[in-house]
Design a protein around this ligand. Structure first.
Ligand code: ADP
Length: 554
């Protein structure tokens, strides 16, 4: 028997229409760096999204055409988020932190026909232009530097438009088409922390379902009473789904534009008083240092979502002391990204050590994500809290393949997808009997010492709890006797002296077994970061191999 229910496709345009009608007075605030922030209601964003769609249609953008964005987090980028997929085209968010060669490869692979670019980023776009045979139009939002604007105008074969002019005078409503919900709505490439960037094409349906999950109380639980500071870039898995989720429940958005340094972020928090914020740990480390040096009123910010890499316990504690409650979440570009969120079970006492231990895990799977652990022999492992294996996931917002390029077919590499269709995450960990995932490492970062595994993350977390250590990254280096051993690289706090023996003792007193203690140490000025702000261990391993690190043995 089939159901008797209506079959309404789950479309991005449906989220937009809802946000505009029901939460039309919610606001997107964009930080401008000087003077007043720019404020636009959801109703205005919706009207401008319709104008943008009309403008893009006039430029020849049709169903399935890929429209790139090279933009900061701002209201115009939110307009593109809704306009492009709603009209049936595909939004492709380009990662502005990537080196030119990678960006160029990605924009070409995706087949971008139009690129929307912020004026301040035109200089980044220019070197790509000769290499994008499908590109017909560039739309510039905001002022570009004179020379960059002139250079762009001189590029042959590409027409240049001004964003506001493209919108001006056009109808503020658009008859959004009823699309197949399984069609691609947006395209995002992995940031390539452990390999070449790979494209994930999110569907309307996956975005819709994922947005509902983001808003659930067990995930971020945000509503129209909230103002969310969206630091995680719009090119990093759709800002973890926040703009879409916001239009579902009327969450007000605070967009930092290009002002991502700790100083302006602290000022934004004090002035605009967000209640929620989301970013990777390195951003929060920076903010913590800033707030320690220059205290501010950040009391509005009571919920902080941290993900993208493991949240160091010392960071979580420090934020707790500032009154900001950290919620640790795990995900990947391939998982839209929400995979797990660490909300402790109701039964544990608030503020207890037991509760803290739950909050440090990666969290529980929501109903839309199924997880399993696979052991070294391919066997499925029990959820007993001790059996460690590779995490595999499946569900309606999990990738089932990679985008094969504008002319290619989707690919399903065997190291990324199991034969029965699960995504192999490359993350290693355990799951407790009550369903909490604890990741010990990425499979590629784990240190294989004499047949035993050492978790680089565990060593880093323990090191970063030492008062002299600002940041620490641990990588595997070749060792004649053990195969691999850990090399600990540390960034010292100002005024601290390198005392590796003391750091070793600190690790031992934090429960690290003797055989796991690093004997190789190096002080570095800064931990290299990837384009989305994660520790870049590929670069560190490369530096070690080149002999560029001054390694001491203790
Ligand atoms: P990339 O793989 O290029 O870094 P992603 O942003 O998709 O790009 O990264 C996903 C990976 O980030 C996960 O597979 C995992 O290794 C890591 N990660 C994300 N969130 C967490 C977390 N809370 N704890 C530990 N690792 C995390």
């Amino acid at each position: 028997m089939f159901s008797t229910m209506q079959d309404a496709p789950l479309l991005v345009s449906r989220i937009l229409r809802h946000g505009v009608r029901v939460h039309g007075s919610s606001t997107v605030i964009t930080w401008t760096g000087a003077g007043e922030a720019q404020r636009r209601t959801f109703a205005e964003v919706g009207a401008r999204a319709a104008q943008l769609a009309h403008g893009l249609r006039e430029l020849g953008v049709g169903e399935g055409d890929v429209t790139g964005t090279l933009m900061w987090n701002n209201a115009e980028h939110v307009e593109a988020y809704f306009a492009v997929p709603s009209m049936g085209a595909v939004l492709h968010t380009l990662n502005l932190r990537l080196p030119t060669e990678q960006l160029s490869y990605i924009a070409r692979h995706a087949g971008d026909k139009v690129i929307l670019v912020n004026g301040s980023l035109v200089g980044l776009l220019l070197p790509l232009l000769g290499n994008l045979p499908r590109l017909e139009h560039v739309v510039v939002s905001g002022a570009a530097a004179d020379d960059a604007g002139a250079a762009l105008a001189a590029v042959s074969g590409v027409q240049v438009h001004e964003y506001e002019e493209l919108l001006a005078g056009r109808p503020t409503v658009y008859d959004w088409p009823e699309l197949d919900e399984r069609r691609a709505a947006s395209l995002c490439y992995t940031s390539g922390t452990t390999g070449e960037p790979k494209g994930v094409a999110y569907s309307h349906r996956s975005i819709y379902l994922h947005s509902m999950q983001v808003n659930m109380a067990e995930s971020m639980g945000i509503t129209d009473a909230d103002l969310s500071l969206v630091i995680v870039p719009q090119f990093h898995c759709n800002s973890w789904g926040l703009p879409h989720a916001a239009f579902m429940t009327g969450v007000n958005l605070l967009m930092p534009d290009r002002f991502l340094q700790p100083g302006p972020i602290a000022e934004m928090i004090e002035r605009e008083r967000p209640t929620h914020a989301a970013a990777v740990p390195t951003i929060w480390q920076g903010l913590l240092a800033e707030l320690t040096a220059k205290p501010r009123d950040v009391s509005s910010l009571t919920q902080v979502t941290i993900g993208g890499s493991a949240c160091p316990p010392a960071l979580m504690k420090a934020f707790d002391e500032l009154g900001m409650r950290v919620f640790h979440a795990w995900g990947m570009t391939e998982t839209s990204p929400l995979g797990t969120v660490a909300r402790p079970p109701a039964k544990v006492a608030p503020g207890s050590d037991e509760e803290f231990a739950y909050r440090l895990t990666q969290g529980r799977f929501p109903a839309g994500v199924e997880g399993r652990l696979i052991g070294p022999g391919g066997e499925e492992l029990p959820w007993d809290g001790t059996s460690a294996g590779e995490l595999e996931v499946r569900g309606p917002w999990i990738a089932g393949a990679y985008f094969g390029g504008v002319e290619g077919e989707p690919t399903r590499p065997a190291d990324k997808f199991s034969e029965d269709g699960w995504l192999k995450t490359g993350d290693v960990g355990t799951i407790s009997p009550d369903g909490y995932l604890t990741l010990t490492d990425r499979a590629k970062d784990v240190i294989k010492s004499g047949g035993e595994w050492i978790s680089s993350v565990e060593l880093e977390n323990a090191l970063m709890s030492h008062p002299d250590v600002a940041e620490a990254a641990v990588v595997a280096v070749p060792d004649e006797k053990w195969g691999e051993r850990p090399l600990a690289t540390v960034v010292l706090r100002e005024g601290a002296a390198a005392d590796f023996v003391a750091l070793q003792a600190h690790l031992a007193s934090n429960g690290i077994a003797r055989w796991q203690l690093p004997e190789r140490w190096a002080v570095i000025a800064e931990v290299p970061k990837t384009s989305v702000g994660k520790f870049d261990k590929k670069v560190l391993r490369g530096r070690f191999a080149e002999g560029a690190l001054k390694v001491e043995r203790v």
